[in-house]
Write a protein that binds this ligand. Structure first.
Ligand code: SAH
Length: 337
């Protein structure tokens, strides 16, 4: 049986023809699924009873289920999903004092990037998520927080989004559709470890904001922390970012996980400032979130503040990411279903 959330907009229209339904039924179904968040075909009351029955015989309405929800003391919620093949993924709901309510989404089961400081990387890559598995993370969390308006989506959960472009792009089409989820491009960020050719492909197909996981300011160190750097070294990555940021879009956001005595010296901060010269950018410093199987430690607060000060004086907009959800292993880099 096909899962209806796996169909992109044009495929759904095609299926209507196969089933002998009117073309506009596709638009009605899309609105029921993604605007009214119907959980059954029976709820789709502007379709005839006969058509609802036909649809329910032909399609399943979802392919995932929420099997666990953990609540952090800071309001962060970690959702564990089971997929139809029994594999598990996680998504996170994060509230900020600013009123921002963000969902952090996964794009793969596991990840092939193998960054040494990331817990997801230790699982290896199992497979890409389907369009429906991406959308259903949003649907399930929206249903759970039905009183709240989700303001932002970040693709910073499990997996490397640029390794799953077709399903990511077709999910984004539905997430950005004004008649459906209606998330504006400014409210969506896709984060990448730096698969440069795929980034080039992605920016041709999508207008959402891009964040780059940098984490080191020279190739020797980045090679150690992020094996992908051996394929696409810093010069290639930064050249891409420089070109991209010349376009009509926002600056690139660079994420930098602060690892005590590994990548957090004042010299490296100066190296970062030089590296980003001429690249309109924003820097997000992420205090390392520990997990049981690695030795890294988070940088001291004083070190992080020193970096903020140096970057600020160099004219680079800098934020320190709050460690939301650390107590339930829901923070950046701690997801490992
Ligand atoms: N694969 C994508 C998106 C997932 S990770 C990417 O690499 O960007 C989201 C962010 O969390 C990345 O910047 C990642 O490097 C960072 N991260 C990974 N492990 C972390 C950890 N243990 N503590 C803090 N941040 C971490």
């Amino acid at each position: 049986m096909k899962t209806i959330t796996n169909l992109n907009i044009s495929a759904l229209k095609g299926e209507m023809e196969t089933l002998g339904l009117k073309p506009f039924t596709a638009a009605q179904i899309l609105q029921w699924l993604y605007q009214k968040r119907a959980a059954t075909f029976d709820e789709m009351t502007n379709l005839s009873a006969e058509n609802r029955k036909k649809l329910a015989e032909y399609f399943s309405i979802s392919s995932t289920k929420v099997v666990d929800v953990k609540n952090s003391s800071d309001g962060t919620c970690l959702f564990l999903f089971e997929l139809s093949d029994g594999k598990k993924i996680e998504a996170v709901y994060i509230t900020a004092e600013s009123g921002r309510k963000t969902i952090c989404l996964s794009t793969q089961v596991g990840c092939a990037m193998d960054c040494t400081f990331c817990r997801t990387g230790q699982m290896g890559l199992m497979r890409n998520l389907t369009q429906g598995e991406i959308l259903e993370q949003v649907l399930a969390i929206q249903r759970c927080f039905s009183e709240e308006q989700i303001t932002n989506l970040v693709f910073m959960g499990m997996g490397e989004p640029m390794a799953n472009i077709p399903n990511l792009v077709s999910a984004l089409e539905i997430l950005q559709d004004q008649k459906l989820f209606n998330f504006s491009k400014r409210k969506i960020t896709v984060s990448t470890a730096g698969l440069v050719p795929k980034m080039a492909e992605f920016v041709k197909q999508s207008n959402v904001h891009i964040a780059v996981s940098l984490h080191a300011t020279n190739d020797a160190l980045r090679d150690q922390l992020m094996p992908i750097n051996k394929r696409y070294p810093l010069k290639v990555l930064i050249d891409f970012c420089r070109n991209y940021s010349q376009g009509p879009r926002n600056r690139v956001t660079f994420e930098y996980v602060m690892l005590k005595d590994v990548n957090d010296s004042v010299e490296l901060c100066k190296e970062l400032i030089q590296l980003l010269a001429g690249v309109p950018s924003k820097v997000n410093l992420i205090p390392f979130n520990p997990f049981p199987t690695v030795d890294y430690q988070p940088s001291d607060e004083a070190t992080i503040l020193k970096w903020v000060d140096l970057l600020f004086k160099a004219g680079i907009q800098t934020n320190v990411r709050a460690n939301r959800g650390r107590d339930i292993l829901a923070a950046c880099g701690q997801l490992a279903a």
